[in-house]
Design a protein around this ligand. Structure first.
Ligand SMILES: *Cc1c(COP(=O)(O)O)cnc(C)c1O
Length: 393
């Protein structure tokens, strides 16, 4: 797989070499259970403690506020379900946004079936949540606000400080799904008034299947997995020591290289956007031009199907996505693209390209040429495009 151009870093990232080498000893010589008292287990315990410390520091939190999980989806499920259970006697109303990841949206649907009421606040045409609408949605029985830090499809960065301020003022718990943002942009839980935060290692060059939930001290929250005393009795199960050690190494690298890495990625991404808009006719950028993750570009091409585009890009060695990985395989257009007001046809003709520090300028040129060629060929076969040409003669 040498000739792969990987532009799907919002779906997952490549585990870096330093992460892999930080993990390997915990599969081989340091295989002890972290809960034991002999020295072999002590090595594992130390690795978990170090990773927890590093993560806490990166957020401006205390290490006792970090709970390891089996990934971002689990952290989202835990935050919402446990908050609903712990504060359900105070009220049954939850506020979230229309563009959340399915890990949040489907958990909200689950809670709706159990007597909770959920308000899904709209976003504007650039994909930024309407904070005035959010503030108006607050009721005396609102117990939780959950709004993502950055969107996984169009990369938009949400006004988290403003939302945190509203939540603090009204005394409501605030959770953010920061899976796309953590390790990519600075996040400080105190400055932003965040009470709970979800993150996942595999979105920042760490391993798959490990994440964490930050829970501010003093927040009433229930155990999610019942069993042993791991994670201070709130999330039982023998620790994924190699995964957690790898997460720690990924966090170290992400935070020490963040500025430099982002400068490079952003330069490539901006070049890609400008060139794509210039070279490919009837092409638009989705999401806010400025308030977006440095590595995200999301385009719509009129008169084509995103799925066909993806398959043809794959033949040219390019890995990309149409909307989100969770919706491909279904024929429904992305809920995020519909929420920013795209008509169904245009939402179907979308392409998400998400970069990493491993990409190059040559790859950007190659990708634009490939897209241009494929879009041209697909349009030659499109009856919609034929109609459009006829009507514009
Ligand atoms: C990837 C992602 C998740 C899910 O994380 P997993 O570790 O894959 O379970 C949740 N939210 C957002 C915004 C994501 O991008």
């Amino acid at each position: 797989m040498d000739n792969i151009i990987y532009l799907d870093n919002a779906a997952t990232t490549k585990t870096s070499k330093e992460v892999l080498s930080a993990m390997l000893p915990y599969f081989s010589e340091h295989y002890g259970n972290a809960s034991t008292i002999y020295r072999l287990g002590g090595e594992s315990k130390k690795a978990v403690a170090e990773a927890r410390e590093r993560i806490a520091e990166s957020l401006g939190a205390d290490s006792s506020e970090i709970y390891f999980t089996g990934g971002g989806s689990e952290a989202d499920n835990w935050a919402l379900i446990a908050a609903a259970e712990a504060y359900g006697d105070k009220g049954k109303h939850i506020i979230t946004s229309a563009i959340e990841h399915h890990a949040v949206l489907h958990t909200c649907e689950y809670l709706e079936k159990r007597g909770f009421e959920v308000t899904y606040v709209d976003v504007d045409e650039n994909g930024i949540i309407k904070t005035q609408e959010l503030e108006k949605a607050v009721r005396p029985d609102t117990i939780l606000i959950s709004v993502m830090f950055a969107n996984n499809e169009i990369g938009t960065l949400q006004p988290i400080a403003e939302i945190g301020e509203i939540a603090r003022k009204k005394g409501i718990l605030f959770h953010t799904d920061a899976v796309q943002a953590y390790g990519h942009v600075p996040v400080n839980v105190d400055e932003l008034n965040i009470d709970m935060l979800s993150a996942s290692a595999h979105k920042l060059h760490g391993p798959k299947g490990v994440g964490f939930l930050y829970i501010r001290k003093g927040v009433k929250i229930r155990s999610f997995i019942h069993g042993g005393a791991q994670e201070r009795g709130r999330r039982a199960g023998t620790e994924n020591v190699p995964g957690i050690a790898g997460f720690g190494a990924a966090v170290k690298a992400a935070f020490s290289e963040m500025e430099e890495s982002n400068a490079k990625i952003q330069r490539l991404r901006n070049y890609l956007i400008e060139k794509m808009l210039k070279e490919v006719p009837h092409c638009r950028l989705n999401g806010d031009r400025k308030k977006r993750l440095p590595n995200n570009a999301n385009f719509s091409f009129d008169f084509i199907e995103g799925e066909s585009l993806l398959m043809m890009l794959d033949m040219k060695g390019i890995c990309a996505s149409s909307g989100s990985a969770c919706t491909s395989g279904s024929l429904d257009p992305s809920h995020v693209l519909l929420a920013i007001g795209l008509p169904h046809e245009r939402a179907h003709g979308s392409l998400r390209l998400t970069l990493s520090r491993e990409n190059t300028m040559e790859e950007m040129d190659y990708v634009v040429e490939a897209v241009k060629d494929i879009v041209y060929r697909l349009r030659q076969m499109s009856p919609l495009y034929e109609d459009f040409l006829k009507s514009h003669k």
